[in-house]
Design a protein around this ligand. Sequence first.
Ligand code: PLP
Length: 494
Amino acid sequence: MMNADPELTILREKIRVFETRTRHMEPSKAVWTDWLTEVGSYLNEFLVDTREGPAYRQPEAGKRQEDYGFSLAPEGEPLTTALDELREWVDYSGLNPASGGHLAYIPGGGVLPAALGDLLAAVTNRYAGVAFANPGAVALEHFLIRWMAQLFEFPETTGGNLSSGGSIANLIAITTARDAQGVRPSEYERLVIYGSARMHHCLDKALRIAGLGFSPLREIELDDRQRIIPEELEKQIQLDRKAGLIPFLLIGSAGTTDTGSIDPLDALADIAERESLWFHIDAAYGGFFYMLPEIKPLLNGISRAHSLVVDPHKGLFLPYGTGAVLIRDIQQLHNSQYYQANYMQDAAMADLGWSPADLSPELTKHFRGLRMYMALKLFGTDVFKNALAEKIALCQYFHRAIQELGFETGPFPELSVTHFRWAPPGQDPNPLNRWIMDRVHEDGRVFLSSTTLDDQIWIRLAVLSFRSKILTNFPKMSKFTVLPSVHMRSIRIH
Ligand SMILES: *Cc1c(COP(=O)(O)O)cnc(C)c1O
């Protein structure tokens, strides 16, 4: 008899109570549809501001993190309350990275099909970490890795991983290099790493996390375009060998963040080959420009790297949260990142191909391949090439235009980053450009950032938001065309 055991009856009653109390965790179709509609209108309102409003709103002065009114209630609150909080405290304050006026750091913008991918991934919650759990999700991510491997002309043996960004992708590459070169911890202090003073700081961080923080890091002398001079690299390697050190890793940049400089990748690949160094290329900013036939020669040698990092949330205009690493020999990546756990033995038994969990530090992970797939699937690949070519043209246009206004500029941009400053004779340009930077931030129509090169402050312009335009906004005066006048006005006031 079902009800013979009184304990079971008591438990059943208890469970019923909990079922009632947890019912709203599964909203009705009507509630869910209302939510989607409400979020949809919030986003449409946001997109109007993104297209027409400023790129930067100075955050309230003196407001500390503890001053925000975020709160949680035991019984929950309506969606409207949450959206009101976002409207007041988050989405209309500080930098709007989705704006076409975001021309600082390295923009991207965040194409909308990627958001659909995120929504689908969150609701369906497919497990993309292990092939056994969802062969299709893993196949989709590996399809994208192969797509990139083909794009960068990497061999069939290539493997890789979609990471949360370029920093983690670089970390995976550095640990793989360390493990593949078969070095022992006792040798760490004698391992020499070669790079440039302009390489991204996430590489210093990755080296430190990988235990290589005490290994000598040689910053090779740069030419007048901030690129590694191969002969200087060669000289340094010989000096290090004579000193009994172990040259081990060479890091090249395909588009530095500061100045968009591209190291002479092919010459570096030759040296790495001759000297048996692991050749890593950080192409987080510049990589996807390789899609353009006219840019390809500038990045010649990229396909010879042992490991390559690109950032789809930059060069493919995805929202934040997608980087990628390619390793020429997937076995080396696997040897560095695989794991075995008893509770995963069913997964290990199934021979379904590589799993992201064995190719990266993550086990359970966001199904981030879907956002990238949706963007490429819905828009097609051609528009990305055109948008990238457009960004270069915009940057070159700006470079010329600002030069004509009398600004000093860096070299003619090869990619979509350039730098400039106001340097009238007889005045210290640093405080002047600091001042201009502050005025631009106050103005907010566009957002720019500055950098210091050889103790000199330069203002940077980085064009990589898919929304940065000149022609379509022209009647309203594009954010792009008003930029020089913002500067000129600031200077006159001064
Ligand atoms: C942005 C960038 C990184 C870091 O990537 P994140 O996605 O921000 O973690 C690394 N290297 C270069 C050249 C970059 O431009």
